[in-house]
Design a protein around this ligand. Structure first.
Ligand SMILES: *[C@@H]1O[C@H](CO)[C@@H](O)[C@H](O)[C@H]1NC(C)=O
Length: 227
């Protein structure tokens, strides 16, 4: 027969295991993606797919429990046929209305990761197309934004129609991409500083370490295009 002390050990172990499962199991999270631009934006989401948003429209993406990361971006100048095939001027995801692959560069990104808490950032690492913000429903948490029109100050060598490439995308060098001899130590460059100056809360290059924000688990988010 089991001793009382054995039963206590079993009970404590059982509680610890159930607590571990609760902590480890990723939560469902809701993202409301809203277009405040004065033009139509085709939102892209991985996961989520994509949706056309005319000015003022909102698309809700529910991340199922167990989803550990997500990215959202806006596409511009799209036209799709009735089956959802077509093309976009910026952010195109393999010619599909409903994205299953990342968008073409350059595109402003909203990135989200679920861990011990939520981590999120606005990224210009691949360049910029439209302004956006990430807004946690928990108002104690930072709502980072890139509100500036970076296209308006984009150097000619980075400019594309509707967007501004990062120097990494444009020149593909170790210095601008923080690869090779720059993998461990990668200072800002004249190009990344243009992005940083316009949008101080956003990642301006791969090793920009001042741009990730955290929020306790349990919050939902809205992402606003042209905040
Ligand atoms: C950035 O620096 C590079 C290398 O020194 C130079 O060729 C380029 O013109 C500079 N660009 C800007 C926008 O300052």
């Amino acid at each position: 027969m089991a001793k009382v002390s054995d039963l206590v050990i079993l009970l404590v172990a059982g509680m610890a295991i159930s607590l571990y499962i609760q902590v480890a199991e990723a939560r469902a999270v809701k993202f409301d993606i809203k277009n405040q631009c004065g033009y139509t934006v085709w939102a892209g989401g991985l996961p989520g797919g994509g949706q056309q948003l005319t000015q003022g429209q909102t698309w809700t993406v529910n991340l199922a429990a167990g989803t550990q990361s997500a990215r959202f971006w806006g596409r511009t100048g799209c036209s799709f046929d009735a089956s959802g095939k077509g093309t976009c001027q910026t952010g195109d995801c393999g010619g599909q209305l409903s994205c299953t692959v990342s968008g073409a560069v350059p595109a402003t990104l909203a990135e989200y990761t679920q861990s011990d808490q939520d981590y999120y950032d606005v990224s210009l690492v691949d360049g910029f197309n439209i302004p956006l913000s990430i807004n946690p429903t928990n108002t104690q948490c930072t709502a980072p934004a890139c509100k500036a029109d970076v296209n308006a100050v984009c150097p000619a060598e980075l400019k594309v129609t509707g967007g501004c490439k990062s120097a990494c995308v444009a020149f593909q060098t170790d210095q601008y991409c923080c690869t090779g001899s720059y993998a461990n130590s990668c200072p800002a460059t004249n190009y990344s500083m243009i992005f940083k100056q316009q949008c101080p809360q956003a990642y301006s290059y791969a090793k920009d370490d001042t741009a990730t924000f955290a929020c306790p688990s349990g919050t939902d988010y809205s992402i606003v295009f042209c905040p």
